[in-house]
Write a protein that binds this ligand. Structure first.
Ligand SMILES: Nc1ncnc2c1ncn2[C@@H]1O[C@H](COP(=O)(O)OP(=O)(O)OP(=O)(O)O)[C@@H](O)[C@H]1O
Ligand SMILES: [Mg+2]
Length: 551
């Protein structure tokens, strides 16, 4: 592998500034307006290299500013003399819109214009924006390929090509489309791949499709963002709804994302939570495009408190103020876990990630834990009484802090005509308490004895794949006892990484083919490798003669 730099090396230097990069003044103006004070570690590491024109593979934890890390230098080198100069490919429509907004924000003083290209919305509108001079395309693979193969994009020759969520884009599901898209791209181009996860097979593939790439990694020991406190709760299958509701109440979650495995589950849980009085909305790929956009807009503007989603919302989405991520069902693989929980704890803020597992899923959890190299604490679900008590404590604190309005005297005077002061106080407190009813049975989740048995069985069977048991047997810690979250993307405080046992997420050797989604693991992988090898020729432009005609 080529140049690999670590956070520690970056940290040794003085706190960097954006001014050092020598970006154009119009871009500096946008950085200023965005309120960014210092570049994050990944930005510090890759912006100068991208400005030199080199291909880059960038891996850094969720919410640490990868979009600006590739966006700023890509915009900086634009000629703005007409034609598409930058192509950014993202796995979902929601992410395409978000990246487009962000690129527009950074490039507006330069006069850079963006267009998003994805299914579910009008071809004409997208083509019209290109005709009117957009220079940056942000696309999902399907619609882009459709347009390219129908020769709808005249003079398409972007000099910078970026795969955001690169590992997802180069995973089996998207690989064929991406291969074909690359056959339409000019050989002379700068290619940038970014993601919070970069399994080894994807790095290998990257080495073949990029030219002399610079590998930048800010995730030596922990793939997950260390600003996220991670907990798991062991429950029975039938307890999922009660557990989510109880934990939302106990945690006083302000704004959450709940991840489900299926679209049906999203729809059902949205109904359950709405019926339980939560302001909740669902998001999944079967919804109308307009509906999807309105849900994301609502989530970003605090129009509701709980977003219930499939993995369509797992990658890249930045929704400000998410305090909690809940895994209603454990994700299919460790990459999905990293990205899902990364919807909280962004841009230096703290967050909490909670995963529900049944005893049957416990081993899956252990596998994710060891692959991600992360600390997940076991906790017991608070009883109804626990939650009521903590609600009383919160109420006390709120009453203490409450400012008294002038109009309050009028209400008090009116009440005094009918009740004595003590009665009034009791009644008002009861009004407040009624807003905080606690639903569900008193106890949810498996008992401590059963948990001990599960752990004991796992240990005596001795075939656990090295899962981290440190957090396995912990007792109930109450709701506020979260330590251990030290790092922060922007402060670059990743000093836990000193051991250098990096790249654990890929150390299992198996990228996706190695887990339950794919029973024939090894064989499947090796044939995929061959497949990728063949295709890599077209990536490097050597297959130009048999690629599609370009205008
Ligand atoms: N230098 C900076 N200082 C402060 N905030 C920043 C800086 N760079 C980016 N941000 C903000 O941080 C937030 C997260 O950035 P971004 O979405 O690019 O993260 P990411 O690394 O791509 O995460 P993910 O892996 O989830 O895609 C955004 O709101 C962005 O505007
Ligand atoms: Mg991102």
């Amino acid at each position: 592998m080529n140049d690999v730099e670590t956070t520690l090396e970056v940290l040794d230097k003085e706190l960097p500034t954006f001014a050092e990069f020598g970006l154009r003044k119009e871009i500096m103006q946008s950085i200023d307006q965005a309120g960014f004070k210092n570049p994050s570690p990944i930005q510090t590491m890759v912006i100068p290299v991208i400005m030199e024109g080199r291909d880059v593979v960038g891996q850094a934890q969720t919410g640490t500013g990868k979009t600006a890390a590739f966006g700023l230098p890509a915009l900086n080198k634009m000629h703005l003399k007409g034609g598409i100069e930058i192509l950014i490919i993202t796995p979902t429509r929601e992410l395409a819109n978000q990246v487009s907004d962000e690129i527009f924000k950074y490039g507006k003083h330069l006069g850079a214009r963006t267009v998003t290209i994805y299914g579910g919305s009008s071809y004409n509108r997208q083509l019209d924006l290109i005709d009117r001079g957009a220079q940056v395309i942000i696309a999902t693979p399907g619609r882009l390929l459709d347009m390219l193969s129908r020769d709808m994009l005249k003079g398409f020759a972007p000099s910078t090509v970026i795969l955001d969520e690169a590992d997802e884009m180069l995973d089996m599901g998207f690989l064929d489309d991406i291969n074909e898209i690359f056959s339409y791209l000019p050989t002379e181009r700068q290619t940038l791949l970014f993601s919070a996860t970069m399994p080894q097979p994807i790095k290998n593939l990257a080495e073949r499709i990029l030219v002399n790439p610079f590998f930048a990694s800010i995730t030596k020991a922990e793939t997950t963002n260390t600003d996220i406190a991670q907990q798991y709760y062991v429950i029975e299958e039938s307890e999922r709804d009660d557990a989510i509701i109880r934990l939302m109440d106990a945690e006083d979650a302000k704004k959450s994302v709940v991840f489900c495995r299926t679209k049906k589950e999203v729809d059902r849980l949205s109904n359950v939570l709405s019926a339980a009085g939560y302001s909740a909305k669902g998001l999944h790929g079967d919804m109308e495009q307009r509906q999807r956009e309105s849900v994301i807009k609502g989530a970003k503007s605090d129009a509701f408190d709980v977003l219930i989603a499939t993995d369509v919302a797992a990658r890249g989405l930045h929704i400000d103020g998410i305090t909690h991520v809940f895994n209603y069902h454990i994700p299919f693989d460790s990459e999905s876990y990293v990205h899902r929980i990364g919807r909280t704890g962004r841009a230096g803020k703290k967050g909490v990630a909670i995963t529900l597992v049944t005893p049957l899923e416990f081993k899956e959890l252990q596998r994710i834990k060891s692959k991600v190299g992360t600390t997940m604490e076991h906790a017991y679900i608070p009883s109804k009484m626990d939650v009521k008590n903590s609600q009383v404590n919160r109420l006390l604190a709120e009453i203490e802090k409450q400012h008294i309005y002038d109009e309050a005297h009028k209400v008090l005077d009116a009440l005094k005509e009918e009740f004595d002061q003590e009665q009034i106080a009791y009644k008002l407190i009861s009004v407040l308490m009624e807003r905080n009813t606690v639903a569900g049975p008193n106890q949810i989740g498996i008992s401590a004895e059963r948990m001990e048995k599960i752990l004991h069985n796992l240990q005596t069977r001795g075939n656990d794949s090295g899962g981290n048991r440190r957090g396995g047997g912990g007792g109930y810690r109450g709701n506020n006892n979260r330590g251990g979250s030290t790092g922060g993307g922007y402060r670059g405080n990743n000093d836990r990484n000193a051991s250098g046992s990096g790249e654990r997420s890929s150390s299992g050797g198996g990228y996706r083919g190695n887990n339950d989604r794919n029973a024939s693991g090894g064989g499947e992988r090796s044939s995929a490798g061959g497949d990728r090898g063949d295709r890599s020729r077209s990536f490097s432009g050597q297959n130009r003669s048999d690629s599609r005609p370009r205008s």
